[in-house]
Write a protein that binds this ligand. Structure first.
Ligand code: ARG
Length: 459
């Protein structure tokens, strides 16, 4: 029988039950639900709202139910709709009337708001840990690629030379922001909503701060209507996860490119690649492709919940039950992607000769060649034009800037002398970019040191 059956003359239709029930997906919050109920019952007892003895009995039984669920000994029913009513029903089944006192001064509206927050706080902590491991791995890869010259691209056209270390530190910076975004999100959602009741709190002399402290929240929500209506913490998390996945999808895309014969900058470990059912020669970067693909799924979850929440009047509406599947899916997806991406990256081998060879083609030292003339006194626009003509000449004669004779240089401008070869040497091009943030050994080392300090603060 439904807890709320008193007001009704008929039982619900089976179709109603099927659509209404959320137990199939919210049962995963059983631990949070029980933990919240234990804190609530303890507070009810301490405040004399129910007898202390009854509170103790409820708490003891809730602990047993938790153990039984973990041991797989409990079956939830659709009849009881959701995890909240299922647990309350089991409690009442086990200890009778005392169990019926648990829901005093509480509503499922503040209960579910509490449970999701507790659940997501835990998930954010786990995602953050995985993201930190990935960041450590990126830094490790950077350290292994300090001398590896590679082309950096704009428009996917070879643009200027850099090092693999400098390239990796770009992703490190993105991930560092992703991690701090999660930390900010956690800080903002660290508010305990219980005591909001259905929407306008309660007439009982509850102690919300006690419950918040027991459950490890930094604060309580300040307004009871907001406390049960707000899902922006879940939206913020999904936004943060979407941005993180966007970064991972770019990284994945580059790994897919780098694995192709057209690039061959890296080789994935066999444990993180797959074969083809028909083409014997294939070694496919499926993990990177899946991370790239699953990014769409996380965006989808964000858009789903944004759309569910759009224009909902305050306070609770059943629409909000639709928050859980997208949030859980986004969290599960990110949790599944991060460790395997990290392991794939960690075991990825660099092919420095191929990167260096690619850097040798495409005139990626043309900017440096122009800068050479500028440093000899020529205005940049003139220098730029002369080097453009040199590149044009090289393309037509199948040469590189390094391979031109000094006579060929001087045919374009007599400002060139033999020191130009040193100037356009790729290693020199990289190492003379000593500006903070640039690819020179010194600049990259500073970037790595900053990232290590960030990681150290989080140990
Ligand atoms: N299963 C519901 C949810 O996830 C719990 C809250 C139900 N509240 C209500 N007033 N029907 O949203």
């Amino acid at each position: 029988m439904k807890a709320w059956s008193g007001r009704f003359d008929k039982t619900t239709d089976a179709l109603t039950d099927a659509l209404n029930a959320s137990i199939s997906f919210d049962s995963r919050m059983y631990e949070e639900d029980i933990t919240g109920s234990i804190a609530h019952a303890g507070m009810l007892g301490a405040q004399g709202i129910i007898e202390q003895e009854e509170a103790d009995k409820i708490i003891e039984c809730l602990k047993e139910i938790l153990e039984d669920i973990k041991a797989g000994k409990v079956e939830f029913t659709e009849e009881n709709e959701d995890i909240h009513m299922n647990i309350e029903a089991i409690l009442t089944e086990r200890i009778g009337d005392t169990g019926k006192r648990l829901h005093t001064a509480r509503s499922r509206n503040d209960q579910v708001a509490l449970d999701i927050r507790l659940y997501l706080k835990k998930e954010i902590a786990a995602i953050r840990e995985s993201a930190i491991s990935l960041l450590e791995t990126i830094v490790k890869k950077a350290e292994g690629g300090k001398d590896v010259i590679m082309p950096a691209y704009t428009h996917l056209q070879r643009a200027q030379p850099t090092t693999f270390a400098h390239y990796m530190m770009a992703y490190a910076n993105m991930l560092r922001r992703d991690i701090t975004r999660l930390e900010d999100c956690l800080e903002r959602m660290d508010e305990m909503p219980l005591g909001s009741g259905a929407l306008t709190s309660t007439t009982y002399p509850i102690d919300r701060r006690r419950v918040a402290a027991e459950l490890g929240f930094a604060r309580i929500t300040e307004n009871s209507i907001d406390g049960v209506s707000d899902r922006d913490f879940a939206l913020e998390l999904m936004s943060d996860l979407s941005i993180m996945m966007m970064h991972l999808s770019r990284f994945s895309e580059e790994i897919v490119l780098w694995c192709s014969w057209e690039f061959k900058f890296v080789e994935l470990d066999d444990a993180f690649a797959t074969g083809s059912s028909i083409m014997p020669q294939k070694k496919n970067p499926d993990i990177a492709e899946l991370v790239r693909g699953k990014t769409g799924r996380v965006y989808g979850s964000l858009v789903t919940l944004l759309t569910v929440m759009k224009a909902l009047p305050l306070a609770y509406n059943k629409d909000m039950q639709e928050d859980k599947e997208p949030v859980f899916d986004a969290v599960d997806t990110v949790r599944a992607c991060l460790p395997v991406f990290t392991a794939m990256l960690d075991t990825m081998t660099l092919l420095p000769e191929n990167m260096r060879a690619a850097a040798g083609k495409g005139f990626i030292n043309a900017t440096d060649c122009a800068d050479y003339l500028v440093k000899k006194g020529m205005p940049f626009r003139d220098a730029y034009k002369i080097v453009g003509m040199l590149v044009n000449y090289c393309i037509k004669n199948n040469k590189t800037l390094e391979a031109l004779t000094i006579e060929e240089y001087n045919a374009m401008s007599d400002v060139f002398s033999s020191d130009v070869y040193d100037y356009i040497n790729l290693e020199n091009c990289v190492n003379s970019r000593i500006a903070e943030g640039g690819p020179s050994q010194k600049s990259v080392e500073a970037q790595i040191a900053s990232m290590k300090a960030f990681l150290n603060d989080r140990k």
